[in-house]
Design a protein around this ligand. Structure first.
Ligand SMILES: [Zn+2]
Length: 139
């Protein structure tokens, strides 16, 4: 039996590919963490809460309406971003398809496709994770 806390501790490690047009794909190892709807909702609500506090303060500055509306829209967009974090990319090990140097990627929300920037050759590969790896972890 797994509870919501166990769910948050679970990570999935597997193989993926780094794709760069004109070069053969390279194999990379990834560790991803699926995020439960409760976790995502809490993070989205936290972001909304912060911007609901900021909005009236920002609206005090003339011309009032644009700042207030801007703060509110920013809060909504950031909350939506938090909500859309279905997987967190925690760790990646692999080589750039062009120059063969190791990728350095900060942990964060897994995007589809996820960009992999190479610090050495400055080309941007995209991370292709097998659907089975994501599918096995579907919540
Ligand atoms: Zn490179």
């Amino acid at each position: 039996m797994t509870g919501p806390l166990d769910e948050e501790k679970r990570t999935v490690t597997g193989e993926a590919k780094a794709l760069l047009f004109g070069f053969p794909p390279s194999r990379v190892e990834v560790r991803i963490r699926p995020r439960a709807p409760g976790w995502r909702a809490a993070r989205a609500a936290q972001m909304l809460g912060i911007f609901l506090v900021i909005t009236p303060i920002a609206a005090l500055v003339p011309p009032h309406a644009p700042w207030g509306i801007g703060a509110l829209i920013t809060g909504l967009l950031l909350a939506r971003k938090r909500w859309s974090e279905r997987f967190t990319l925690e760790w990646i090990a692999g080589l750039c398809p062009k120059c063969g140097e190791e990728f350095e990627v900060k942990p964060g929300r897994l995007k589809e496709p996820h960009p992999l920037s190479c610090d050495t050759c400055h080309h941007q590969s995209s991370l292709k994770i097998a659907p089975e790896l994501l599918g096995e972890t579907q919540l």
